[in-house]
Design a binder for this molecule. Structure first.
Ligand code: GDP
Length: 485
């Protein structure tokens, strides 16, 4: 196909939108309402063939949105199948930009399946997973990152994940990516123009301004890459291990953060033998807290198992809360533990500050110096004095946890976040290619080589938004959607 509408992706991928698709769009199971959705050129015809409106009303051809009350009936037996509401949305003002009819029937497997079967008998085809959203993409209503955000919204398990996905659907991420891609294309055009007309009276390629332009895009991409940890955290939660010697107050801290009793608190050292996991939200980010058995070498067999588990939990953790008891002197094992911690992904928590004189600030400084006696410098260490008993310092601890998640920035879920592995990989590719182009430009590499790197970055960004894509890529993305979406 030679001609194509600039607004759509009609000429890409396989034939689409020629038929009318149908699926149950709500989760299967007993619910009050179930929605069977139709989309395509015959959506309204198919719906009308099995719908009888109350009091002789009918779907009006000139209404973009309408809601009708009536019954779905079996055209063969003339028997009513379910009492329903019919929502009609005419193209292009619908989710897919095609004619869409949603049948709101009773929830529950039997009613939804019966309505679905009638639709198929009347000429609709069962939709593939993600096919409605795929059509929305192919019809130019959403770009690819927006389409992906729809799956992310459905999967969101925390308020932060939901907020970030809704922002992505609104186009926050797409705007950034498109701007970066457009800037790179502008730089390419500039280089190509100076190369093509080099014999004529066109100014020489200004390598300084080229490097500046590339540098600006590189900074933008780096900003996005820095959100990758937060993106993963929003999606999968932050695995947080609470570690420390027995009796320092790990279980109490877990409870204080959860604000409810969960782990059994005891004052016999070494009784938290297994690991306890809890989920909480900090700043909208899901946090999986794992209370491990006290790190203490030796002990009996069961306790050793517990110690092994806590070392493993630490290795697997995204964040480690290393708890020390401020009222007890630091011992060697404790110092060694603190010395081994990854400063970027850990917080040293000095507990039981209520037992000591002095301000929390002074105690925090003391912890910082204790933490550095493990052989590392106090620089960049996150430390905090708290009392799991009174709750003092817990707010500060929450802020420190947010800082680890965002890599030191404030937590702004309104800003675009790289939420999926696909986004992280492609933005990473674009970033590397822009870096290579920048090196080339400043080290006097040939124009063609610089252009090649810029083109690689443009292509990676295009695969992100869907401006540059292959049918395989579409299959890969939309097959991950659930049925009816
Ligand atoms: P774990 O073995 O590290 O999990 O420690 P626990 O949470 O079981 O606490 C051990 C003992 O310390 C219990 O008697 C707690 O009541 C006490 N404890 C925990 N946190 C605090 C605190 O902040 N202040 C005081 N005074 N006691 C605490």
């Amino acid at each position: 196909m030679m001609s194509h509408e600039p607004e759509t992706h009609l000429d890409r991928g396989r034939p689409w939108g020629e038929d009318t698709i149908v699926a149950i769009s709500t989760a299967m199971g007993a619910g009050a309402i179930g929605i069977v959705r139709l989309s395509g050129p015959d959506a309204i015809v198919v719906a009308e063939s099995v719908f009888r409106a109350a009091r002789g009303a009918s779907i009006k051809p000139d209404e973009t949105y309408s809601l009708l009350y009536g019954h779905v009936f079996d055209p063969e037996s003339r028997e009513p199948v379910d009492e329903v509401l019919l929502a009609v949305m005419r193209r292009p003002r619908s989710y897919t930009r095609e004619d869409v009819v949603e049948v709101h029937c009773h929830g529950g497997v039997a009613a939804q399946r019966a309505v679905l079967r009638l639709m198929v008998r009347s000429g609709a085809r069962l939709a593939e997973p993600g096919e409605f959203t795929r059509r929305a993409f192919l019809n130019g209503r959403l770009d690819l990152t927006q389409a992906e955000s729809v799956a992310a919204i459905v999967a969101a398990k925390s308020s932060g994940a939901l907020r970030a996905s809704v922002r992505q659907l609104e186009g926050g991420l797409s705007d950034r990516l498109r701007t970066a891609r457009r800037d790179l294309i502008g730089l390419l055009a500039h280089i190509e123009a100076t190369v093509d007309f080099s014999d004529e009276d066109v100014e020489e390629l200004d390598r300084g301004s080229l490097a500046k332009g590339l540098g600006e895009v590189q900074v933008e991409l780096l900003k996005l890459l820095r959100t990758a940890f937060l993106g993963r955290a929003l999606q999968q939660g932050v695995r947080t291990a609470i570690v420390g010697k027995p009796n320092v107050g790990k279980s109490s801290l877990l409870n204080a953060l959860l604000m409810r009793e969960r782990a059994i608190v005891s004052d016999i050292p070494g009784t938290t033998r297994d690991t306890v996991e809890e989920l909480l939200e900090i700043g909208g980010v899901p946090i999986h807290l794992v209370d491990t058995a006290g790190i203490r070498s030796g002990g009996d067999h069961v306790e050793r198992l517990g110690v092994e588990r806590s070392v493993k939990a630490m290795e697997q953790a995204d964040l480690v809360l290393a708890v020390i008891d401020l009222s007890a002197g630091p011992d060697e094992a404790e110092c060694r533990l603190l010395g081994d911690l990854d400063t970027a992904r850990s917080i040293v928590v000095g507990n039981k500050c209520d037992l000591l004189e002095g301000s929390r600030e002074a105690l925090t400084e003391e912890i910082a110096s204790r933490a550095s006696s493990g052989g590392t410098s106090p620089q960049g260490r996150r430390v905090c004095a708290v009392s799991a008993l009174t709750g003092a310092g817990l707010e500060e601890l929450r802020l420190l946890i947010q800082q680890v998640i965002t890599g030191g920035e404030d937590l702004h879920l309104e800003e675009p976040v790289l939420a999926s592995e696909r986004h992280r990989v492609l933005v990473g590719e674009a970033y590397e290619s822009v870096g290579a182009a920048l090196d080339g430009a400043s080290q006097g590499a040939g124009e063609e080589l610089v252009c090649e790197d810029i083109r690689a970055a443009v292509s990676a960004l295009g695969r992100l938004t869907g401006e540059d894509l292959t049918p395989d890529l579409l299959d890969e993305i939309f097959s991950r959607f659930c049925l009816g979406k």
